[in-house]
Write a protein of this length. Sequence first.
Length: 391
Amino acid sequence: GGVITLDPGYKNTGSCESAITFLDGEKGILRYRGYSIEELAEKADFLEVAYLLIFGELPTKDQNDKFHDDIKAQSLVDDDIRKIVDAFPKSAHPMGIISSLTSALTAFNPGSVNVDSEEDMYKSVVKIMGKLPVLVAWTLRKKQGLPLDYGDKNLGYVENVLKMMFKSPNEEYKQNQILVDALDKLLILHADHEQNCSTSTVRIVGSAHAGLFASLSAGISALWGPLHGGANQAVLEMLEAIKEDGGDTKKYMAKAKDKNDPFRLMGFGHRVYKNFDPRARIIKKAADEVLGDLGIEDPILDIAKGLEKEALEDQYFVDRKLYPNVDFYSGIIYRAMGIPTDMFTVMFALGRLPGWIAQWREMRLRKEPIGRPRQLYIGETERSFIPIYNR
Ligand code: CMC
């Protein structure tokens, strides 16, 4: 019983207590398990951060090695999944493929996880950490007509992701440390963001005691949306359109402010950050560094910087506290790395995976009840049925 409070979009509704990620939108603070995002992006690697998010503490060297080995041991994907990959038409969006394949994994890993068993929980964690990069790499290779392949047991997690994605069949693969470092940083920056749309989706699907893979598949679908993770693809398409249009940023600024035009400045604004997005700062700097290190001059970076400057000085954006978010510059780095635009959100999903797992695990360990919001009914009051011949 009780009074129902209406809060569309859950702008002021807390759905849970959580000990994973701290976010202060006014001050632009983001911490994973107490560690600042700035420090983690600079000093940690993605696998350490994944362990930290999921299990609560940074791993010791032994724990880290074991985590890595266990993930590697679980990185084989059933050959029937390959057939599913092959069955997708070329036109399929990679996010649709990845969410389907994640769901398809349930067929080869039947039965539910026993959440009361640490061992069972751990096993399902390393399984998906091992298999998702393979699915991501296969999705890309299939699109590019390259043979599907597994990675290299001796490589680090992120190194292996890159090799699985880019190894060419006829050439010896050479690792590029600039790309490894850049991807490591991007994945860390995307690894968790408390109760965002996809994470809330994972928690709510999981709250019905659906399995981990099914919950993750739902989260991937939520992330696909252009208001959420899909923004990274949308940003790049917007920047390209502006370039094609002769670099006319003013025109797009006007469109973004026009309330009769559905266009929004993609990569701008955030539900929680009302000052700046700390991830955007790190990514902007990384974009400059990575492009510099790779010797790439991309006119799109200049357009992005010009657009940012104009928006930050514009009354509309100032009044609404709209700042560049994590997705504004990430696509420019992915593009410099040779990752196709429609794979950007898939890279986000790979980064967000440990966050989703950590949140699902926390939700199950805390034995949270099924998620079930209420509503205020605004439809017809009671009326009588009229047979079809009388309507
Ligand atoms: N361009 C133009 N106007 C905007 C934008 C934008 N990008 N974002 C918000 N506004 C306006 C909006 O029209 C509204 O104006 P008014 O008060 O006059 O009606 C005001 O700012 C508040 O916006 P809102 O839609 O009520 O805010 P929200 O918290 O519901 O939405 C958001 C947050 C991120 C969905 C939104 O800012 C947006 O659509 N941004 C563009 C998409 C994007 O970059 N998404 C990535 C988010 S960060 C990473 C992630 O989640 O993946």
